[in-house]
Design a protein around this ligand. Sequence first.
Ligand code: TEU
Length: 539
Amino acid sequence: MISPDWLWWRDGAIYHVYLRSFADGNGDGLGDLPGLISRLDYLNGTPDSLGIDAIWLSPCFPSPDKDFGYDVADFTAIDPRYGTLGDFERLITEAHRRGIRVLLDLVYNHTSDQHPWFLESRLSKQGPRRDWYVWRDGRPGGGPPNNWQSVFGGRAWTWDEATRQYYYHMFLREQPDLNWHNPDVRRALMDATRFWLDRGVDGFRLDVFNAWYEHADYPDNPTKIGLRGFDRQHHIYDIDRPEMHPALAELRALLDSYPERMSVGELFGADPAGAASYCGDHGLHMVFNFEFTNRRWDSDGFGASIENAERHMAADGWPCYVLSNHDLSRHVSRYGGGHPAEVARVAAALLLTQRGTPFLYYGEEIGLPDVALRRSQIIDPPGRRYWPLYKGRDPNRAPMHWDAGPNAGFTTGTPWLPVRPDYAELNAAAQRADPRSVWSFYRDLLRLRRQTSALGRGAFERLSQPSKGGLAYLRTVPGQQALVALNFRATPVRLAFQHPVDPSGWSLGLAAHPGRAARLTPEAVEIGSFQAAVFVRSG
Ligand code: TEU
């Protein structure tokens, strides 16, 4: 039974569409809005859809693409390569018709250096938009104003000869930081947000929101040991400034003036306690919890991550777990631990049986791994800079595998990134026809989750004793319990409980492998290799 107070962003599952790689409607090799619209039935609205409740679109605004859309040149338009504003409005209508909400990605820490605001700002020291960005004189003896580093390598300051000052950019030099201390900037960004709310957008993912503000005096950050320049500093003056809180409260009030709108923040480097401070009725609805993405394929670590998140979650906060995204190696490649299809099912069960809102990254529902690329094929700036230490983000942004046709059904042209060579076997069409596939397991899990409020909302209690191989936990709401058992290894495992469990009334809701063991006793659960089982009971 679906709960009568079901709410899309709290109880649903959200699917991350990396637009440029999802579906190409016009054959130019780049995914676009018409392509996405043509694939909406795949996501929801028909009996054999995957069954997700919302999509998050990576930035689809006009952009010179120095950082693949994260350098925005106009916050209130659609990049013509993705379609028109008319296409976007059609997307909203068609998505809503299928029960799919739409989230946009707001990149408000910086703009493109081609944004008209920056072009005007850099013209003269006296211009009205000068203060919309962060301009500073060099140090008295010469050199940049302070020691701050760019995430993508090198100094975070670039000298502009025309007006003989430095401007600040936490990312590429083509991504100058907006000056959030200026109330006109804040107003302009709230207006841009309202522009999309008025067009029916249901929510927003906020790019590196906790870096919007810098300390107004721009002091040096203290240094520490680390690999890249950026990691060799404590980011106490360029991240997590207290001014964030009133800005988020203003944004929240704007969202709350529309029905059922939501926000999810991409938190940069904060711990669970820091994360909790940004969420709640006067802040964001939730922030991504990246704990699973930092873990090795070791069940104890995942258990600790969940307990940690639950411990620090504020009373009015809401968890939000994720395994993969457009910045990270896809989890079946990152974790290793076994055949990708085996790891994919266990990871899916882990993700979709937690309290909170799960985000899926396109392709994970078929167990898609990274694409292998040579140095010459890398186009992502941090990958080009740090190769081979860090290969960048292209491998995890390769086109979706739709079917066995040319270019995996992604495009009739030349795909902007190479398609994996194994798409003839590994694709959505084949997996949808196979009830034992990773795709079918995702669909079944999503269905079970929707019907079982204990899974989405229930309190978490770890049941199994410490073990690297497996994890069992209980999820409880009044009147219903779920017991989840996961085996991370290729050999069967017996997970002994920390205390006995009443054996009556349980039924097996779902198992990743119907042919492998999933046996519940009062003292333990026995599960086969890479098995993932969900037991449910009512009363
Ligand atoms: O990401 C924040 C960020 O800096 C990291 O996730 C980074 O991409 C990673 O460490 C690789 O070096 C957000 C976006 O998700 C990312 O795609 C953008 O490039 C970045 O902000 C700048 O807008």
